[in-house]
Each structure stands twice: as C-alpha cells, then as structure tokens.
Design a binder for this molecule. Structure first.
Ligand SMILES: Nc1ncnc2c1ncn2[C@@H]1O[C@H](COP(=O)(O)OP(=O)(O)OP(=O)(O)O)[C@@H](O)[C@H]1O
Ligand SMILES: CC(=O)N[C@H]1[C@@H]2OC[C@@H](O2)[C@@H](O)[C@@H]1O[C@H](C)C(=O)O
Length: 395
C-alpha cells in the first residue's frame, strides 16, 4: 500500500531513526532487544544504544526449539508451527519491553529481526556439487510487524547467500561501520554459542576485513552443564574451575577438521554438539572422565581454538570481547594466557558486550532502508556489497 511506502520513505530520509535490534542466538537463552538511535548510514553511521534487555525464553519454548534446532530430521508440523509461534512471541516480547521502558510503539521506526537459526548448511558442510550455501532462520517478520504495528526488517542471511556468501557470519558489516579505527588494529571476538571474529586492521577498507566463525564458544559447555547442574551453563566457570584439563582429550579435539580450516569459514551446533564431544571421549576411552575435568577441557578447547585463530591474523591487534562467553572468567583467563596479552570487553568501545549482536542487526536494517551502494565496496564474492533483510509492513 502506498501509505507504507510513503512512511518508509520518510523514515529513510529522516536524519535519525529509532530501531529495535533483535538477536536470539544459538544458545537459545532468550531474545536480546536493543533500542538503538541511529543517524546517518554507511561509514557515517552513528549509533547510540538507548536501552537493552534480554527476555528469557520459557522452558517450554526452549524445549520446542531444541526439538528442531540443528536436527537433520524434524516434524514439519512442529517446524511450521514454530515459525509462526516464534514470530508472535517475539512480537509480544517487544510490546511488553517497550511498555516497560515507557517507549511508545509509534515512536519506533523499524524492528530488525534476526529470527531463530534452526539450521545452517553452507556448501562446505553439505559438500554437494552445484548446490548453494543454505541457512534457515524462523520467526516470521510478518507476525512481528502485525503484533507490534512496527515495520519489520527480517531474514537477513538469504540475500548474502544469494550473492555468493555463506549467510554467516554477518557481524563484519556492522563491525566495519561502527568499530573500525584509524589508531589500532582491532579484533572483535564474539563468544556466543559459537565463537566468531571480525578482524579490522587499522584504517581498513571493507575488503581488508576478515570475518569468520572459529568453532564452539559455549555451545558444548552449555549442553554439558544442562545435563549435570541446575544452570543452563557453567555459571562463572564454577564447574570447570573444579577440574583439570585432560591434555590427551584437548589435543584430539584440536585436530577436528573445521578447527584447522583456513579463514573465513562458518559453523554451528550441527557440527559441534554433545554427540561429537561424547564421540571424542569414547574414541580415547575417557567416557568416565569426571564432569569437572570434561568442563575444564572444553573451556581450554574453546580458548585454544580462539587463540590459534587470532594468531593466524596478519597483525597483533587489540582484542575486544562480546557475547555471553565474556562473562566466563576462566575462559577469558585462558585466552589471555595463551595470547600473552590482556583482552578487553567491547564495553571499552562504548558497545554493550551483551547487546552487540542485536545492535549489529539494527545497523543492517538501517542500511537496508537508508543506505546506499557505497557502504561495503567489495571485490570479494564472499562478503558481497548488498542490502540485507526483507520488509514486513504492519498491515
Ligand atoms: N556468568 C556466566 N558464566 C559463564 N558463562 C556465561 C555467563 N553468562 C553467560 N554465559 C554464557 O553465555 C551464553 C549466552 O551467550 P550469548 O547470548 O552471547 O549467545 P548467543 O547469542 O545465543 O550465541 P551466538 O552468538 O552463537 O548465536 C550462555 O549460554 C552461557 O554459556
Ligand atoms: C547461522 C547463524 O545464525 N550463525 C550465527 C551463530 O552465532 C555466532 C555465529 O554462529 C555466527 O556465524 C552467526 O551470528 C552472528 C551474529 C553473525 O552472523 O555474525
């Protein structure tokens, strides 16, 4: 309808926009909601995160998502229902959060919705000749727009794939616009369920940026914790701190083929999960290794995989950490110890380390609506210069 297009045009032409960025990642802990005031676009983007919260998923929702998440065989019935259900739930979570914050829905210009990844299958995984990269996020944007009355930009990863990318990681786009520096080489390390990096050399052009997944962040540690303790994760590394690293197991895990692939690359819990870890234990007859020793070894594995990756980058850079793993003290100690230098939180760059991924999707929505083709000038097919996201109008 013309009225929606006219409103969108006003939003795109305004000097600033209020955008709600959403992220619900592979940890399935909840929905991150960041209220961002964004002015400009491209390399002149200016962003202030005004409010941030995480709305926890209910146990019932976590269980429903886990039934389809990273599973090769699922009930289509369950999947179809979840696509609409997650869209509706996210819409309701946004409404309640905006109400709690005293922010009127009418004052919000756009919602940027990542959706819930349930499967990620780039061609490096499926290895089928002449078949595309693929990935699937659910939680339909039309439901979010209908429930909130706010135009919603969603499903960002398909355009990346359509233009030759793997659909992930996308962090480099927002990291480049918001966090490149004229003074220092930077590594932005996000430790969520999966760990990933954006390498931003000093005064980087977009083609000089390297963005890649590394391997597990917390995903296997979380799964182990869920089996053995009251938390969904190894809170403050309390379990790992009671154990010791098993060097034989660590060495075996570090030989995993994905861990040793060159950058850039992308992965997910489809590869790194408890079944994989149990197979490693079994192969070296360590099924009876104590849970604290298993956790300490997994913690060290994540740290080694991260440190080994950072050491492949061309310059020694300042490391800024975000994501839930930034709250795991042993993991950060292990990483700094291996790198022989301190690592910092992205809070030091005025980017809330828990909100960072939600903020990055707000930036992508801003580019989709108000950006132009100069933002990500690139000759690299793996990081195409495209606007990402699909538009859902509220009515
Ligand atoms: N106090 C803490 N101690 C240890 N680990 C923690 C702590 N707080 C959070 N975490 C870890 O952070 C995880 C959540 O991280 P985050 O929300 O960044 O993941 P995500 O966005 O779902 O993942 P991804 O970026 O891979 O999609 C938890 O599952 C847990 O492993
Ligand atoms: C397919 C998918 O959802 N991937 C996520 C996941 O979580 C971390 C890592 O794996 C990264 O590849 C990506 O998310 C971030 C936000 C990204 O695209 O940069």
């Amino acid at each position: 309808m013309l009225q929606h297009i006219e409103k969108l045009h006003r939003i795109a032409s305004a000097s600033e926009r209020l955008i709600v960025g959403l992220m619900s990642g592979t940890s399935l802990d909840g929905l991150d909601i960041a209220l961002c005031k964004i002015s400009g676009h491209g390399t002149s983007t200016n962003l202030r995160c005004e409010k941030f919260t995480t709305v926890d998923y209910s146990e019932a929702l976590k269980t429903a998502v886990q039934h389809v998440f990273a599973q090769q065989v699922v009930s289509l019935d369950a999947l179809c229902l979840l696509n609409a259900q997650i869209g509706q739930l996210h819409g309701e979570m946004i409404n309640q959060t905006l109400l709690d914050w005293g922010v009127a829905n009418e004052s919000v210009d756009l919602i940027a919705s990542h959706g819930q990844t349930i499967y990620h299958r780039p061609s490096s995984f499926h290895k089928m000749k002449n078949q595309p990269n693929s990935t699937l996020q659910i939680g339909d944007g039309d439901h979010i727009a209908a429930i909130t009355g706010i135009t919603t930009v969603s499903d960002f990863r398909q355009k990346h794939i359509a233009h030759g990318g793997e659909g992930a990681p996308l962090a480099m786009y927002g990291d480049y616009l918001l966090l490149r520096s004229e003074k220092e080489h930077r590594i932005l390390l996000n430790i969520g369920g999966i760990a990933n990096i954006t390498y931003l050399p000093r005064s980087a052009t977009f083609d000089e940026v390297i963005c890649s997944d590394i391997g597990p962040g917390n995903t296997i540690m979380d799964a182990l914790a869920r089996l053995h303790c009251d938390y969904d994760y190894d809170k403050d590394a309390n379990i790992a701190k009671q154990g010791s690293i098993n060097k034989v197991l660590l060495k075996r895990m570090l030989k995993q083929s994905f861990i040793n692939l060159p950058l850039p690359k992308t992965t997910g819990p489809e590869t790194f999960n408890l079944d994989w870890f149990n197979a490693q234990l079994k192969a070296i007859h360590l099924e009876n290794l104590s849970v604290p020793d298993q956790m300490a070894t997994l913690n060290a594995f994540t740290a080694h995989a991260i440190a080994n990756t950072l050491e492949q980058l061309p310059e020694i850079s300042t490391v800024y950490v975000s994501g839930g793993g930034a709250h795991n003290p042993l993991l950060l100690d292990n990483i700094s110890h291996l790198l022989k230098r301190p690592v910092f939180s992205t809070n030091k760059l005025d980017v809330n380390s828990d909100a960072k991924e939600a903020i990055l999707f707000a930036v992508l929505a801003n580019e989709c609506v108000a950006g132009d083709e100069r933002a990500f000038l690139s000759d690299n097919a793996k990081q195409p210069n495209v606007s990402m996201g699909k538009l859902s109008f509220p009515s």
